[in-house]
Design a protein. Structure first.
Length: 672
């Protein structure tokens, strides 16, 4: 049997340590590594070892009781949601790890919601049972009240904190102690009876026949209960909870037994639905289809695409069609993944998680399929970036390599965005948090590109508040034909970005010169009168002027229009406009007061509050300039429990007391 399991949870709950313990107990590892010693099977990259945290999804297989289990160990920080969603989507089951000390955290709630979205059956491992202040029953209560799922304890701890020595299987009434399965220790009978009754009730409720017999006080056998639990888990009607300690290995055997006893095999999941509604059965004899859930670049193997095979069979040298791009690739070698190692295999079949190498024309989220049987599963749905920095290459050599190497990072991480801002001229990198950006910059350095960073310049705008008129006359005599253009412009505030009209009558300005005046005005919009920012929300009307039969020309009227525009704008009460973003902040209710107080100091307009599961959502309009450091600020306010999203909403007038400082800073930039 084969089981694919994504391992998810809040940062710091011990996911990687638990995966390490499972691999070691299964005999896959000869030595138990640790995050602190930088030698775990999961965190094998330079960045992960330096920061002692998971940044990328690791794929780690092992065998237990004649079953093959493949774990997808994911990062905990929400900055790496692309890795998390890719792993969740590619697995068939999910192991949610929760700390027995800190209980349900916002990261738990986020991954739970994503698992709901993907229809993932879940086991919950309450880790760190050996730590001070560890409390399984309080954590269980927190899960029952905080998580919108049918959680129920299937195992109980024997002891807690430093005395945590084993776990009890409630259905079998057996205990896992010291690597052995033994009878329940004395003193636990009443507790086992209480929690076993709760578990049995939850199980029989999922089966009509069993509930009738149970209510009639007929005997329900252990075999029947196990069979019903298996069905209930796979259909999402029960989410088992089990206590463990990754560092002392207590409970790991019981967890492994639970995994291979009740989890869903690839062939048991519903067929994956394509964007056009078609499906493929998850069987080896169906037409081949797979999706790239992650990619990386290896200095020797080139592009490595991590794929989940949804249907069919792929052999080396077999052409496959990239539905997302309309191209065909032919992988010469196929691999299974084992942490940092790739093991070549003769084929990849439905349900397997593997890797393709040396195929540059493939990116994360793309669908690969049989060239004669097209199917497109659509892209991974990922959040938009919320934090940006401007990049400044340190040397000309760094500048030359920046675009190429950044392209590699963007191919591997679709949650990063990079490009030159046409208004400010800056090269801007955007991501899902400060840590996300900092690590991307460290990756660039490892690729030989060194940069410094600054806050991106704000793309301010200028507009006017009143009507003004001005004449622009361009007259130049250099011998022979001269240049002559004369026009009067009226500037008015407008709801449109830009409007141009002509009220010329009597031919005082020939109609052939009106387009030149229009062009002169359009070019002048690029630099306003206050600080040289682009101008918008303005209507310009040419209503008078004069011309010369010989000396007038298109260029002369374009120049005259520019002169008239600049003078009229300076008289029309010019003001600065700033971009305003719609902000959605997702926080626990306990943090709402602090978050609202902080937003009020950011000139926010609070639009309202909603609920999203167990989180409160604060909706507000906030100037972009006030949110440039919001990622770190929100993390500080909420202890890492908050998240947010932003999108552009509108431009609004900058308060007068701030305009002078912005104008002065702009002038300093222009004279630098």
């Amino acid at each position: 049997m084969r089981f694919n399991v994504s391992v998810v949870g809040h940062s710091g709950v011990g996911k990687t340590s638990l995966v390490e313990a499972m691999l070691y107990r299964a005999g896959q590892l000869k030595r138990l590594g640790s995050v602190m010693q930088k030698n775990t099977a999961s965190d094998h990259t330079t960045l992960e070892q330096e920061h002692q945290m998971s940044i990328f999804t690791s794929v780690l297989p092992f065998n237990w009781h004649e079953s093959q289990v493949t774990l997808l160990d994911t990062p905990g920080f929400s900055d790496f949601v692309g890795e998390i969603r890719g792993a969740l989507r590619s697995a068939d089951n999910t192991l949610v790890v929760v700390s027995a000390v800190s209980g349900v955290e916002v990261g738990t709630e986020r991954v739970w919601k994503t698992a709901d979205e993907f229809g993932m059956p879940r086991i919950i491992a309450v880790n760190k049972m050996d730590r001070d202040r560890a409390d399984f029953f309080e954590t269980l209560s927190s899960l029952e009240t905080s998580i919108s799922g049918p959680v129920v304890a299937t195992h109980l701890p024997i002891g807690s904190e430093k005395d945590f020595s084993g776990v009890i299987d409630l259905l079998s009434r057996k205990a896992y102690i010291g690597g052995q399965i033994v009878d329940i220790p004395s003193g636990y009978e009443d507790q086992v009876q209480e929690y076993r009754a709760k578990l049995v009730e939850r199980i029989v409720e999922t089966d009509e026949e069993l509930i009738e017999r149970y209510l009639a006080d007929e005997e329900v056998t252990l075999q029947e209960l196990n069979r019903a639990l298996l069905t209930a888990f796979k259909t999402g009607q029960i989410d088992p909870v089990i206590p463990v300690s990754a560092t002392t290995m207590v409970g790991v055997d019981a967890l492994l037994d639970l995994l291979v006893t009740i989890e869903r095999e690839p062939a048991e999941r519903p067929p994956f639905v394509a964007v056009d509604g078609q499906t493929r059965p998850p069987t080896p004899d169906a037409p081949f289809s797979a999706r790239v859930f992650r990619s990386s670049t290896d200095p020797f193997l080139g592009k490595v695409a991590y794929v989940r095979v949804w249907s069919g069979t792929l052999k080396p040298g077999q052409p496959i069609y990239n539905c997302s791009r309309g191209t065909t690739v032919t992988p010469a070698h196929l691999y299974c993944l084992n942490g940092k190692d790739l093991q070549e295999v003769p084929e990849l079949t439905a349900g397997m998680i593997g890797a393709l190498t040396k195929i540059s024309d493939v990116k994360t989220g793309e669908t690969l399929c049989d060239p004669h049987h097209h199917i497109d599963y659509g892209p991974l749905h990922l959040p938009d970036p919320v934090v940006s920095v401007a990049l400044h290459p340190k040397t000309r050599q760094d500048e030359d390599k920046l675009t190429t190497q950044m392209g590699r990072l963007l191919d591997d991480d679709p949650t990063l965005k990079f490009g030159r801002n046409p208004e400010t001229g800056e090269m801007v990198l955007s991501g899902l948090g400060d840590m996300h950006l900092n690590l991307a910059i460290e990756e660039l350095a490892l690729l030989g590109v060194n940069v410094t960073t600054t806050k991106p310049r704000i793309a301010y705008r200028e507009t006017i508040k009143s009507v003004a008129k001005s004449q622009g006359k361009y007259k130049k005599q250099t011998g022979g034909h001269g240049q002559y253009g004369d026009c009067w412009l009226r500037l008015e505030p407008s709801a449109e970005t830009f409007e141009f009209a002509s009220e010329i009558v009597g031919g005082v300005v020939p109609s052939k010169y009106i387009p030149s005046i229009h062009k002169g005005v359009e070019e002048s919009l690029a630099k306003g009168a206050l600080a040289g920012y682009p101008v918008q929300n303005i209507k310009v009307v040419v209503y008078d002027g004069s011309y010369h039969e010989v000396d007038s020309s298109d260029i002369a009227f374009k120049m005259a229009a520019g002169l008239a525009f600049r003078e009229a704008m300076s008289k029309a009460q010019p003001i600065l406009m700033e971009p305003v973003l719609q902000l959605n902040v997702y926080i626990p209710e306990a943090n709402m007061g602090d978050v609202l107080s902080d937003l009020q100091g950011k000139r926010a307009q609070i639009l309202g509050m909603d609920t999203d599961g167990n989180l409160t959502v604060v909706r507000a309009l906030v100037p972009e300039s006030e949110l440039q450091e919001y990622s770190a600020q929100l993390r500080s306010i909420t202890g890492g429990r908050g998240a947010y999203s932003v999108k552009f909403n509108n431009y609004a007038e900058v308060p007068q007391h701030l305009q002078a400082r912005i104008i002065q800073a702009r002038q300093s930039e222009q004279h630098a």
